[in-house]
Design a binder for this molecule. Structure first.
Ligand SMILES: [Zn+2]
Ligand SMILES: [Zn+2]
Ligand SMILES: [Zn+2]
Length: 495
């Protein structure tokens, strides 16, 4: 970028510049005359191929055309000792690009001499290859940019969610763009693309051509349109859309089996359909709302609201305390907290939990639901918090070892879920703080069978029994409630 020039000043500088003929301070004397500071700067930055065939910096002039040093006789140090190329030098006989590269490496080196992650290396490569290294240096030396890059280097992994935690800035979005460009992060609309692929396959499951057109319109004009408007599709939206379409297809196929068109749908159909199947059929109300708005069905038709198979067994205060304990136990990550809540609050078995996939989880604005076979567990705030955290990490399914894994609790071996014994070990370690243990155990015995707690936390059943006795009244109450509940909903309990 040429600097704005001062006005030509003949009284102060009587000698005109050999190149621009204006009167400025002469910076250097070259074969084609005294060269002013402006033309000198420009000469150092003039690149191209000389008439002799030399490619590089062409600071001199031969017959008014730019020429290399040997053709023009210009003396100028433009030999970088870093990269060996001809270029304008910044300092220490190194060119701007080499200085930029060194600066990038310094700012992006992780603490404790850890090797930089692939994502970090991708950012570094991108920043180093900025076309205008001098503008790059100006940009990178701004304090807020320097600070941002240092924060980025200290992050253990770079994900969209991690970037979102850093202060919002143009720098952040610029770096996000670089990461995506260099395949170090998925595009934000990646879920949109995945939904589109998924939809194509889902449409094949629709058994009548007419209904397939309806579902296609539902996908296009309801779900995809909303996704496009959102700009950024979250895991929750993605899963919810998949579930809505799946249930809508089930309903339409059920009608087809009964030779019924959607337009002929009656309340009796809906009641029967809902009564015959799992509670998740209530989700079809989303499709029916759309069908009503688009005048495909009678607006008076209504499904029973989506019923929940299970509700939390602790009262609100006990839940809050438990979750507080869960979140304040050192080193317990959202994945383990999510598992712990299913064990501790809902008495689910670790061996079932490890087999959960994201298809079993639905995240909506107000609720997270987790489905175990026919039982659906509704997680209300604050129990939903670790699940939301997991679902909001769009790369949770994308590690090198698990490129397309759908497991919620993926394991150490590529493509496999975590082993029940490993999760049990992790949970029992996480609950090693004695205070948290005792407080929680006491509560737990009121709500989960001894064997389950023992299994989940690695205690002996005898220890749990002592706590159970201490709160035996509640425990007996729970056990009788559980057996009633089991016969209704088929909840599994310990043998
Ligand atoms: Zn000049
Ligand atoms: Zn030449
Ligand atoms: Zn260099």
């Amino acid at each position: 970028m040429p600097r704005p020039r001062k006005a030509s000043d003949p009284p102060t500088w009587p000698e005109p510049c050999g190149r621009c003929a204006e009167h400025h301070q002469i910076a250097v004397r070259w074969p084609d005359g005294g060269i002013c500071g402006y033309c000198y700067q420009q000469a150092k930055r003039t690149r191209g191929t000389c008439a002799c065939g030399h490619e590089g910096v062409l600071p001199g002039r031969v017959d008014t055309l730019p020429a290399c040093r040997s053709c023009s006789g210009v003396q100028l140090n433009i030999d970088c000792i870093g990269c060996g190329r001809e270029d304008e030098l910044h300092s220490g006989n190194r060119c701007w690009s080499c200085i930029l590269a060194a600066t990038v490496d310094r700012l992006l080196s992780p603490p404790d001499n850890q090797p930089p992650s692939p994502a970090l290396r991708a950012v570094a490569t991108a920043l180093k290859s900025m076309k205008r290294a001098n503008s790059g240096m100006t940009w990178i030396q701004q304090p807020h940019v320097t600070a941002f890059l240092q924060q980025l280097a200290a992050a253990p992994v770079i994900t969209h969610a991690r970037l979102d935690e850093l202060p919002a800035s143009r720098t952040r979005e610029y770096v996000r763009g670089l990461l995506v460009e260099h395949n170090a992060l998925p595009r934000r609309d990646e879920l949109c693309a995945r939904f589109s692929d998924w939809s194509e396959q889902a449409l094949e499951r629709v058994t009548s051509q007419k209904n397939r057109d309806i579902i296609r319109r539902y996908i296009r004009w309801h779900h995809q349109r909303r996704m496009n408007q959102m700009g950024e599709v979250t895991q929750g939206t993605f899963l919810r859309a998949k579930q809505s379409v799946t249930v809508a297809i089930e309903l339409l196929n059920w009608l087809t089996e009964r030779d019924t068109e959607l337009a002929e749908l009656t309340q009796a159909h809906l009641d029967r359909w809902q009564a015959e199947g799992p509670t998740t059929r209530g989700i079809a109300s989303r499709f029916l709302d759309w069908a009503t708005r688009t005048s495909l069905i009678d607006p008076s038709l209504k499904l029973q609201p989506h019923r929940r198979g299970t509700s939390p067994r602790l009262d609100a205060a006990a839940q809050a305390e438990l979750v507080h304990n869960l979140s304040h136990t050192t080193d317990i990550n959202p994945r383990d907290r999510a598992a712990a809540i299913l064990v501790l609050v809902f008495g689910q078995q670790v061996s079932d939990i490890v087999q959960l996939t994201w298809d079993d989880v639905t995240v909506t604005e107000d609720l997270v639901t987790v489905t175990f076979g026919a039982v659906e567990i509704a997680l209300t705030p604050p129990l939903d918090e670790p699940w939301r955290e997991l679902a909001a990490t769009p790369t949770h399914h994308q590690t090198a070892a698990h490129p397309n894994s759908n497991w919620v609790f993926r394991g150490g071996s590529p493509g496999r879920h975590i082993q029940a014994s490993t999760l049990t070990h992790r949970l029992s370690k996480a609950f090693s703080s004695r205070a948290a243990r005792l407080g929680t155990l006491h509560e737990l015995t009121k709500l989960a069978p001894v064997a389950i707690i023992a299994e989940a936390l690695g205690y002996s059943p005898a220890t749990i029994d002592r706590h159970a006795l201490a709160s035996s009244a509640n425990y007996m109450e729970y056990m009788s409630a559980l057996s009633t509940h089991q016969s209704e909903a088929g909840v599994r309990s310990a043998p």
